[in-house]
Ligand binder design. Sequence first.
Ligand code: PLP
Length: 405
Amino acid sequence: MTKINPNFQYLKKQYIFSIVEQKWEEIKKKYPEAEMINFGVGDIALPLSKTIAKAIQEAVQEMITEEGKRGYGPSEGYFFLREAIAKHFYANCNFSIEEIFISDGTNTDIAAIQDLFQSDSKIAVLDPSYPAYRDISILSGKKLLTIPCLAQSGFIPEPPKESADLVYLCSPSNPTGVVFSKKDLQKWVDWAKKTGAILCIDSVYSPFISSPDVPKTIYEIEGAKEVAIELGSFSKGAGFTGLRCSYIVIPSSLCISGKTPLHILFKKRTSIKSNGVAYPIQKGALAYFSKQGIQETAEQIQIYLDTAKILRTCLEKGEQKFFGGVDSPYIFWQIPKQFSSWEFFEKLLQDCHILGIPGDGFGDYGEGFIRLSCFSTTEKAQKAAKRLTQFFYEISHNNTATKYF
Ligand code: PLP
């Protein structure tokens, strides 16, 4: 008899973002005239950089010529993009292109690396964290180890006492917006070396790091090349959420129990499971590294960070506690104790017409928080700040009936 994957039953009934989307649509219908402010789903809010768009268009034009026609590209990505990533993102790391793989998004890559591990391996995920680490591990039948992240320790957990085969870490973190310092990462690298675990660092938000002492890659940490895989994406830093392009770094020194290096196994896996990413998209990603591309995308990142700053200032003035929003587009707001995440989410939506994401959607330890995504504009942030300032006053005086939009 045909059987479905039994692991579907262990997933949460409804995906957090689809519930939030539904609530968003309902409120827009209820107040068609109102100006809604979306700090919910972490998707880009600004148009694609002109330089990147031009490179994609030119690549398509090239393909309609006899000399420029292209079929399947290399499964692991075109040489030109892998080389540019090695040169620009990892200038001091000496990576060869054999250690860099191009793919169609970090979500794909979070799942892809699990193919390197035995089917009953133990995967450690932080709570709260980006839900894909947990859900992908559950679907593929892996064992889970949940590592609580607590506000008291700034949402940066210590390595666990228990061992794990693979650990997903994310810095800057979604949802908390906090970053791991060099010292924090060194602890994890040392622990992984001691226990034999492999670290998988999701650095999708590293383009938002501007503090000079915050590491932009795990490979700034001594010994990381022996224990860590890094995932990076063009989605958030270059506006590629609708284009799809990412990369995985698997250092050649990474082996499990002295066996075949993982990058060789991953190459084999990729040639079986992928026919590569579209040539024009990889050309667009290459244009990100041009002088103009860097400038245009940096301007966009600055808008998101300015948005975060306006919201941070507003929360500070309202004497609200929060995390993140400095080297990250996310703010994790510790909501007043009398509300649950979902109650406060509803209240914010109904009273202020502002959409956030309830923290418990990212794990049980996210309860008591709301994530604000700063993929928005400074104009929207200023409007939101006005509404919120009045809202703080009213909630601290237990007035629950006012509307602030
Ligand atoms: N990793 C994290 C931490 C994310 O927040 C997201 C998207 O929100 C992704 C990965 C997905 O990235 P991509 O668009 O490259 O699939």
